[in-house]
Design a protein around this ligand. Structure first.
Ligand code: SAM
Length: 318
């Protein structure tokens, strides 16, 4: 489905589950750290009364444009541009620190980002090799490819993309960039295809060999894991008592960070093993709410993006 600007709409994933996880109260304050096109934020606003608030963050200028339009039509909504590791500052500026009822993260990229060839996120569309969520910050994927050593490339492809043939691909890139710099998504995707051995049996569905390498470069260029680590250190102070944290992640590297963070916060202070410390002295800051949530059958049928989505929920101690 397209919106009025002709861009593919972003179907919010796990929407019902997110609303339930945030346990929305009529006059509550909610922060959506990954506004995108506002699918989740709008649904939260629908459940809020006149005294409720939604504050949103996104680093993408197009998302900010969409957010500013919503800001103009709903006085309960505010958006700020920035990486979400500015959460603490945003909460302080908006005078809601320690009072927030729910914080949402829907990590990764949005459908409009993936579908716009000019943003260079996808090997399915020919465009400039960019991949920055905020094109005014950091270096583009093309610059990263031009500057990164073969060794570092292998590490990024293997760690962030768990890409098979990482060594072979990095070597081929370094050889090829001496001749012609990589400027487009197609150039890179074609080279990866050319040097990757064919996988799977005839007729078997296999993912495009560029999928994992593109994911790895995108994670690196946008410092996606660093961002998650930085913001997790801030969420507990921003939440109010019994405030909820809901995080949707799309790959195991992110999910592992979330899982470990919640587990650690739910255990509390880290005393040396074996000391007879009563549980009451451990000061846990969060408690885990339910188990890992995945998309149901119906959503899987209608929204392919939900396939790899997992939702984790935690609640700040009272
Ligand atoms: C999966 S989309 C969110 C979609 C949104 N929930 C909706 O329903 O439209 C992720 C959004 O988060 C933004 N984003 C990802 N990482 C970010 C970060 N570290 N800081 C700020 N925004 C980020 C992206 O620019 C993108 O717009």
């Amino acid at each position: 489905m397209e919106n009025l600007n002709g861009e593919q709409q972003h179907k919010p994933v796990l929407l019902t589950e997110v609303l339930e996880a945030l346990s929305i109260v009529d006059d509550g304050i909610y922060i959506d750290c990954t506004f995108g096109r506002g699918g989740h934020a709008r649904a939260i606003l629908e459940q809020l009364g006149q005294a409720g608030r939604v504050i949103a963050i996104d680093r993408d200028p197009e998302a900010i444009l969409a957010g500013k339009a919503l800001e103009a039509e709903d006085s309960r909504f505010t958006i700020e541009q920035g990486a979400f590791s500015v959460l603490k500052d945003v909460a302080e500026r908006q005078d809601v620190s320690g009072k927030v009822n729910g914080i949402l993260f829907d990590l990764g990229v949005s459908s409009p980002q993936l579908d716009d060839a000019e943003r260079g996120f996808s090997f399915m569309h020919e465009g400039p090799l960019d991949m920055r969520m905020d094109p005014s910050h950091a270096i583009s994927a093309a610059e990263w490819i031009a500057r990164t050593s073969e060794r570092d490339m292998v590490q990024v492809f293997s760690e962030y993309g768990e890409a098979p043939f990482s060594k072979r691909i990095a070597k081929a890139i370094v050889e090829a960039r001496h001749e012609t710099p990589f400027e487009t998504t197609k150039q890179l995707a074609d080279l990866i295809s050319a040097v990757s051995p064919k996988q799977g049996k005839p007729g078997q569905k296999v993912i495009h060999p560029a999928t994992r390498v593109f994911q790895a470069i995108r994670i690196c260029v946008n410092d996606e894991l660093g961002e998650v680590k930085k913001v997790l250190e801030q969420v507990t102070n921003v939440l109010g008592p019994k405030g909820r944290l809901a995080v949707i992640s799309f790959h195991s590297l992110e999910d592992r960070l979330i899982k470990r963070f919640i587990k650690k916060a739910a255990v509390g202070d880290n005393f040396p093993a074996g000391l007879p410390i009563p549980t009451s002295m451990l000061n846990p800051t969060l408690k885990m709410v339910g188990k890992l949530i995945k998309a149901g059958k119906e959503e899987l049928q209608h929204n392919p993006r939900s396939r790899s989505a997992v939702l984790r929920v935690a609640e700040k101690m009272a």
